[in-house]
Design a protein around this ligand. Structure first.
Ligand code: 5AD
Length: 357
């Protein structure tokens, strides 16, 4: 094996910015994925952790220029699930053997919403047990709100920084959206005792390979427990996606870039949880399995009631049916064992990095 790859496999957090760039551009992509998979297998085993994703609502105060559920998109029918509906989906996830859920929605900051989520958290723990894992992905909130949700039983939080480059962030968001506040939220989550996850989109307009290398350095500097990344996929009802080129070839390139980011993140950080995102699956039917073979160890099957799925279309091509191959427990088991991996059923899914801290 090449010296740089061997160093990355042997030693965590040892790569310079230039070395990260070299790996991101590694000519033999299969060799890169194999090296990352070797690290994944050694650090977490040949296993995949599950998260049951509940898309609780698509009402959003933000107007991100790339996102299909941005406030300004008039072509979306807005919905908010009732508290008992959300608790019911958590029970469905538990009965399916997931062991934990992720509650995700558009960003809403209000006392009403804070209290609503508190009641949902209490309900989930009453019905699914104290050990059932709950991750929140509900955007930027005050320190006090994060504290209340933590006290009500949430123990992990996902908040993507979207890009570690504040100038690029400013081009992708309108006025009033603040990169610094987003990073401050990550710190607030850490202070409040959450396992903290973040991540970025890759293949964004104006984004360079230097930016992507800096993103991976950001993950290291923030000492993240979980990383969720995915290729940017244009959405026609957004300012950024309105006139995007959309061909099979472009999809293949976006997918490969997403897989390269997973591989190099694994090679640099070694023991964190890395999700094979749904956006990978939107680009290829086997996108998530390919993500696992490039170094990811988490998948997040959607457990939202199918009737809401079309309302949560963040990007073009997001699956709205019952998850093609991931519809049932057997199908999930089959597609994962076909690539030589096993599923951890009924796990809370805490990250090995968190346990080691
Ligand atoms: N393409 C890919 N990912 C997107 N997201 C939002 N819009 C898009 C898009 N067009 C991602 C963001 C957000 C997550 C919930 O979905 O990274 O944090």
């Amino acid at each position: 094996m090449d010296a740089l790859l061997s160093k990355a496999v042997a030693t965590p957090r040892a790569l310079s910015r230039e070395e990260l760039v070299r790996l991101l551009e590694w000519p033999d992509v299969q060799e890169l994925f194999a090296a990352a998979y070797e690290v994944k297998r050694r650090e977490v085993g040949c296993v995949v952790a599950l998260r049951g994703l509940v898309e609780c609502g698509n009402v959003c105060a933000k107007d991100c220029l790339y996102c299909g559920i941005r406030k300004g998109n008039q072509n979306v029918r807005r919905y908010r699930m009732e508290a008992d509906e959300i608790v019911r989906r958590a029970e469905v996830a538990r009965d399916a053997g997931y062991g934990n859920v992720v509650l995700q929605s558009g960003e809403i900051e209000s006392e009403e919403n804070t209290a609503f989520i508190e009641s949902v958290l209490v309900g989930i723990h009453e019905r699914c047990g104290e050990n059932f894992g709950v991750t929140l992905s509900l955007g930027e909130q005050t320190d006090g709100t994060y504290r209340r949700w933590r006290e009500a039983g949430a123990h992990r939080y996902l908040l993507r920084i979207e890009t570690s480059n504040p100038q690029l962030y400013a081009r992708l968001h309108p006025d009033g959206h603040s990169w610094s506040r987003r990073r401050e939220c990550l710190h607030s989550l850490r202070r409040n005792g959450y396992q903290v996850g973040s991540g970025v989109m890759c293949g964004l307009p104006w984004q360079t390979v230097q930016d992507l290398a800096a993103d991976i350095e950001f993950f290291a500097a923030e000492d993240l427990d979980m990383i969720g990344m995915g290729p940017y996929i244009p959405h026609r009802d957004t300012p950024l996606g309105a006139d995007a080129e959309w061909t099979r070839q472009v999809a293949a390139e976006r997918l490969e870039l997403g897989l390269r980011m997973i591989a190099v993140t694994r090679l640099h950080l070694h023991d964190v949880n890395i999700a094979a995102s749904t956006a990978l699956q939107a680009l290829a039917p086997d996108g998530r399995e390919r993500g696992l073979l490039a170094g990811a160890n988490v998948i997040m099957p959607n457990v939202t009631d199918v009737k809401y799925r079309s309302g949560y279309r963040l990007y073009e091509g997001k699956p709205v049916d019952d998850e093609n191959s991931f519809g049932s427990r057997d199908a999930l088991e089959r597609s994962i064992s076909a690539i030589g991996e096993g599923i951890v059923w009924n796990g809370r899914g805490d990250s090995p990095h968190w346990r080691g801290r």
